[in-house]
Ligand binder design. Structure first.
Ligand code: NIG
Ligand code: FE
Length: 405
């Protein structure tokens, strides 16, 4: 049986390609789960002999690629609303972490949750993202911190992909904090991840990339580098939570390892921006964490822009620093708080987010050969994405060539 050919016409296309080209009266042709052709309505190729197009008139609506949330910790159990309340009363994120709360508090909740409970706790957060036109999501482990519990988190992420119309990329973030079994022995913990967990979880096909929290309250640059060496020996791409609360020099090391992305970057410097540009490493900005931690040190956007660094933005959905499941709100915060342009914000959740996950050859832009994942919006201008707060202008999501119910 041949795959169905569909013509999506009378659309305004935000292609999100390198020049952020818009096509005022555009059309898309899809064959099965792929885009076959993109262009001006006037140039639509004729259907092959003996074939017909299933035709969809989009009524002049704006269309973007399916949105990509390239940094989330959305698989977790419990909440940390109590810590948010503590921070409102003046405690800092780092203080709470040092006193045994923070990531360790979520670790306890995740360890005691069954796979089913973890799935059920996480699914509504994924559903909220999907409702806004997200079609690809990265999900990190990092709250299990034993081999079995990290595997449980990663399997939950894979189970979500089976249950929902979404592409999920999993990232091992075992190096999120030192678990109680290794208190005072961070190096031994890294050894265990490197020697035992990485090979095991890789052989189970549970890891698409490896991440580390390189920070004063996380892991040192040397420890992060040992992890990166091991990941790369297994042909796994690497990424880093870098320069969020302090600057340890993580970005310099990560870019030497050609990391896919460095994320947060509040304390990154001009030299870091140059290194990111040179390596082609994406800067992933996480404005919700900046907002919720009431941070006052912004990432060096002007330097990143001047150096030509690709900037992505992501929700960072997690129970501590970013209890958020809205990529549209994240776009609003990236523009208003960090000063991104509307166009940069859109590129940040499409083309550049795809690159942060290493899937840019098949996702993140409207182009022939790419996944037929796109969103039809109820907006008059594309700047409305990231403009509304608490209002969702999504009309229809097409995923792998099919209209989602
Ligand atoms: O991206 N900074 C480390 N990881 C998360 C927060 C995790 C947590 O607090 O639970 C982040 O902000
Ligand atoms: Fe994070």
């Amino acid at each position: 049986m041949t795959e169905s050919l569909k013509l999506w016409r009378n659309a305004r296309l935000a292609t999100c390609n390198d020049s952020m080209q818009a096509i005022g009266r555009g059309a898309l042709l899809t064959r099965g789960a792929r885009i076959e052709w993109v262009g001006a309505e006037a140039d639509v190729p004729a259907a092959p002999a003996g074939d017909t197009y299933e035709r969809h008139d989009l009524g002049g609506a704006w269309v973007t690629p399916g949105l990509i949330d390239c940094h989330t910790h959305l698989v977790f159990a419990g909440t940390r609303a109590n810590e948010y309340a503590q921070r409102l009363r003046g405690s800092s994120y780092a203080e709470i972490a040092r006193s045994g709360g923070g990531i360790l508090s979520t670790m306890r909740a995740v360890r005691s949750a069954s796979p089913q409970e973890l799935f059920e706790a996480s699914a509504p957060r994924l559903e909220a993202l999907l409702a806004e036109g997200v079609t690809t999501v990265e999900i990190k482990s990092g709250y299990g911190l034993t081999l079995a519990d990290e595997a449980k988190m990663l399997r939950t992420a894979r189970a979500l992909e089976q249950a929902y119309p979404v592409t999920i990329k999993t990232t091992l973030l075992a190096a999120h904090t030192v678990p109680p079994e290794f208190t005072g022995r961070a190096d031994a913990y890294i050894d265990t991840i490197v020697e035992e967990w990485l090979p095991e979880l890789t052989s189970e096909g549970l890891i698409d990339a490896v991440d580390v929290f390189c920070e004063s309250i996380g892991f040192s640059v040397a420890q992060s580098e040992r992890l990166f060496d091991a990941a790369r020996a297994l042909h796994l791409p690497v990424k880093m939570h870098a320069e969020q609360l302090t600057n340890l020099g993580g970005t310099q090391m990560a870019t030497r390892h050609r990391a896919l992305s460095c994320d947060h970057l509040e304390y990154a410097t001009e030299e870091d921006a140059a290194a990111l540009a040179y390596a082609g490493t994406v800067a992933v900005l996480l404005p919700v964490a900046f907002y919720c931690l009431a941070d006052d040190h912004k990432p060096p956007i002007a330097a990143l822009r001047a150096a030509g660094v690709r900037m992505a933005i992501a929700s960072d959905c997690n129970p501590g620093s970013a209890p958020a499941s809205s990529l549209l709100l994240t776009m609003s915060m990236a523009t208003r708080l960090f000063g991104l342009t509307s166009e940069e914000a859109l590129a940040g959740v499409t083309r550049n987010a795809a690159r942060a996950l290493g899937v840019h050859s098949e996702r993140g832009i409207l182009a022939a050969g790419h996944a037929a994942d796109f969103v039809i919006w109820n907006v008059r201008s594309i700047e409305e994405l990231g403009y509304w707060i608490g209002f969702n202008p999504r009309r229809t999501v097409v995923r792998a060539g099919r209209i989602l119910p």
